[in-house]
Design a protein around this ligand. Structure first.
Ligand code: HEC
Ligand code: HEC
Length: 256
């Protein structure tokens, strides 16, 4: 008699918790994603559930605290510096849903960094020329200088000319080398890099090309789960956002 009463009571509690969770998930999905950071109740709910998903789906690549891994071209998610968009919940959600170079039809339609040390640097654009090892060394000196380090000034001048001339770098990275988020071409003038900022890694990027992939999750994680993850990642870059008040990112760098 007592046991059956206890069972009824616990079934009732479990059902109530489920109802509460699905009610909050429904509210989360109805909300304007960029208004969620102003709502402490939704923020706390989404953050906790997003964290569990992050650990199981994302941490292996992006790191336990979102620190990234330049040896694999994996960007930090905790530095407030975004290659795709401005770091709004909606921007992050879009990347998680459709990925980057993921072959998902709605993924960002992105450029591919050509492999300038090869005979055919780009499969898409046959006008992009091969460059000699000396050309590539000059370009590396130019970029080292752009990032504020000491560099060989004669080589910097030659590299600058290649950058805005025959090398065609300006076409994707812009004349001022600050990049173009719309096609995923990173800012080359700051010290935040995808693949590392040493002469060796810059030279590898220019010589052999790059095309980083973030998987698309839209078929593997529910819409609510993707939104919870977007909130969690948003908060990784803005540690004070949990209070429900929108806070500034850690850095003010606009885009990589
Ligand atoms: C067709 C467009 C395109 C052209 C032309 C191009 N790039 Fe890139 N570049 C990219 C893209 C896109 C990436 C990012 C690849 C990724 O996300 O994996 C990139 C990445 C890089 C990186 C790595 C940056 C980092 O953060 O680690 C360097 C260095 C670089 N490019 C230099 C150059 C130079 C120098 C030239 C000219 C010789 C050039 N690029 C021409 C599109 C281009
Ligand atoms: C297999 C490794 C891998 C996994 C797993 C992965 N990512 Fe990524 N992610 C990447 C790479 C590589 C890039 C950069 C792509 C490029 O070169 O532009 C990226 C880019 C991103 C960006 C864009 C960052 C910016 O600066 O704009 C976000 C946001 C992101 N990932 C979130 C996630 C989340 C959330 C998960 C888990 C659901 C996840 N990723 C799982 C490899 C991964």
């Amino acid at each position: 008699m007592r046991i059956s009463l206890l069972l009824t009571a616990s079934t009732f509690i479990v059902a109530a918790v489920f109802a509460h969770v699905s009610q909050l998930e429904a509210r989360l999905l109805r909300a304007d994603p960029n208004a969620i950071p102003m709502n402490p109740a939704l923020m706390t709910f989404a953050h906790g559930r997003g964290e569990a998903l992050y650990v199981s789906r994302c941490a292996a690549c992006h790191g336990a605290s979102g620190q990234g891994d330049p040896t694999r071209g994996i960007p930090a998610l905790s530095d407030g510096d975004w290659l795709y968009g401005a770091g709004l919940v909606s921007d992050i959600e879009r990347v998680i849903k459709y990925g980057i170079r993921s072959y998902q039809p709605k993924a960002w339609n992105l450029a591919i960094m050509p492999a300038y040390a090869t005979a055919q640097p780009s499969a898409r654009d046959h006008k992009i020329p091969s460059l000699s090892p000396a050309n590539i060394r000059d370009l590396v000196e130019f970029l080292i200088h752009e990032q504020g380090h000491n560099a060989d000034s004669a080589a910097v001048a030659r590299g600058a000319e290649l950058f805005s001339g025959v090398g065609g770098c300006y076409d994707c990275h812009a004349m001022d080398a600050k990049g173009d988020a719309a096609i995923g071409a990173p800012n080359l003038t700051d010290r935040i890099t995808l693949y590392g900022g040493s002469r060796e890694s810059l030279s590898m990027s220019i010589s052999y090309g790059r095309a980083g992939v973030c998987p698309a999750w839209d078929t593997r994680i529910s819409a609510a789960g993707i939104r919870e993850l977007a909130v969690y990642v948003y908060q990784l870059s803005r540690p004070n956002a949990s209070l429900g008040a929108d806070s500034s990112p850690r850095t003010t760098t606009p885009a990589r």
